[in-house]
Write a protein that binds this ligand. Structure first.
Ligand code: GLU
Length: 447
């Protein structure tokens, strides 16, 4: 049976790279009827916290990535006696030693450096993603495996734990490739079997350097707070370093279990494309019913513009528009706060008349005959769809110039420098209100 593992170090927020590693391990296990195991690698006492551990667990579970451990959470900090037993065995067998020169007394306690005897040989391991990888271990020297008999270091604990937990496949980030020969030396010294390795490509920022905080958010939590849905996150992460071998892009978690294959994991770095991420999120938002979308927006948690009333008839008219335009909750909230949807709730009156002036016109007066013609055309137009409103105006817009007509019209309807297009607004507010606003604009210019 295939047994994979996700062993995060709880020294920081759940990183999207860790979430991707968890996803790939989950997929490999699940599609083979295997298991994925979780382990908290909290040996760095100074930097590990229970809060980070909980955040990582909650985040992975929120994504739907669950594990198959039985019983309590496996924490390396609670396994000191196990590592000690294996360290003693290595020392007894003559495969490791306490380095006398490096051991010293610090603040009254003896600190012993324990090193693995390096057989100085070439090691070749087969990586499922990269094929055979060979290292000459000579340059590694005698690897430090513990800072005391009860303080084993990462390379040692990871090998012992993977062995005791029955891990068959170690799939992790490419930054661990250089650790692998050290870990294989430890396995060989302990006389335990080597697992199968697969190293996942790095996640890169758009400038192709390793993705880090300076490029933007790297914590899953931040994306969750912006309103990226778990479905979109899973789908986007799956395609960071893997492809299905076809053009298909949309996959649910169960569909990924079915379609995933290690053969299609890329060797090259995977670029984190936020535009693509946004596209995925919108694809999943589209599937929401109006009620689901309202719940998703959680407007009750937001300070809204005074006119913006989520319990009004106007809101239900503008809702589909918001849903169609935004990629994330954050985007929706930002636009709502900026007043981009106020047009649905109030008749704009106090905007500057000059805002109605198209940039190529010398005077705002030039807009007046165009707005009057728009009024005539819209009086008889069919308001049952946005398309019909558009076709009522389109020929005339082409005749006088699109900006020449549509700019003043949009400002007349919204009173804002930025807003949706005039056809969309007219459709949302209806004929009576549309005609009223255009007349207001004409009056403003006429004064
Ligand atoms: N605790 C290690 C990390 O978070 C995992 C190492 C491994 O997968 O072997 O990077």
């Amino acid at each position: 049976m295939i047994v994979t593992r996700i062993p995060p170090s709880p020294t920081g927020h759940l990183h999207i790279g860790t979430a991707r590693t968890a996803l790939f391990n989950y997929l490999l296990a699940k599609q083979n009827g295997g298991k994925m195991l979780f382990r908290s690698e909290d040996t760095d006492k100074a930097r590990s916290t229970k809060e980070f551990e909980q955040e990582i667990i909650d985040g992975l579970h929120w994504l739907g990535l669950t594990w198959d451990n039985e019983g309590e959470i496996v924490r390396q900090s609670e396994r000191v006696s196990i590592y000690k037993e294996y360290l003693l065995k290595l020392i007894d067998d003559g495969n490791a030693y306490i380095s006398k020169e490096e051991s010293k007394t610090v603040l009254g306690t003896m600190v012993e450096v324990i090193r693995l005897k390096n057989p100085n040989k070439k090691i070749t391991f087969n990586d499922l993603v990269r094929g055979d990888i060979t290292f000459d271990t000579t340059e590694l020297g005698d690897v430090v495996i513990a800072r005391n008999i009860d303080d084993a270091l990462y390379h040692f604990t990871v090998v012992v734990d993977d062995y005791l937990m029955g891990v068959t496949h170690v799939m992790r980030g490419e930054d661990h490739i250089s650790n692998t020969p050290r870990q294989i030396l430890i396995q060989e010294a302990l006389g335990i079997e080597r697992p199968i390795y697969a190293h996942l490509p790095l996640i890169l920022a758009s400038d192709r350097s390793k993705m880090s905080k300076r490029h933007g958010a790297v914590a899953l939590k931040e994306y969750r707070e912006m309103g990226y849905t778990k479905e979109a996150i899973i789908n986007f992460l799956a395609l960071l370093g893997w492809n299905p071998g076809t053009d298909r892009e949309l996959f649910t978690l169960p569909e990924l279990i079915e379609n995933f294959s290690v053969d299609h994991i890329h060797k090259n770095g995977a670029v984190f494309d936020i535009k693509k991420f946004n596209w995925f999120n919108r694809e999943y938002l589209k599937k929401y019913s109006d009620d689901e979308f309202i719940k998703y927006l959680a407007l009750e948690e937001v300070e809204l513009p005074y006119c913006f009333n989520p319990n009004s008839e106007e809101f239900s008219r503008v809702l589909p528009l918001i849903k169609e335009r935004v990629h994330t909750r954050k985007e929706a909230i930002d636009e709502i706060k900026a007043g981009e949807y106020d047009f649905a709730f109030i008749t704009p009156t106090d905007y500057e008349t000059d805002l109605l002036k198209w940039k190529n016109d010398d005077s705002v007066k030039t807009a007046l005959p165009r707005l009057k013609q728009a009024l005539t055309l819209l009086e008889n137009a069919d308001f049952s769809s946005m398309e019909n409103i558009k076709s009522a105006l389109w020929l005339y817009a082409e005749e006088v110039g699109k900006g020449e007509l549509l700019w003043p019209l949009r400002v007349a309807l919204s009173g804002k420098e930025r807003s949706p297009d005039p056809f969309t607004i007219a459709f949302v507010i209806g004929r009576v209100e549309t005609l009223k606003r255009i007349k207001n604009a004409c009056d403003k210019i006429g004064e």
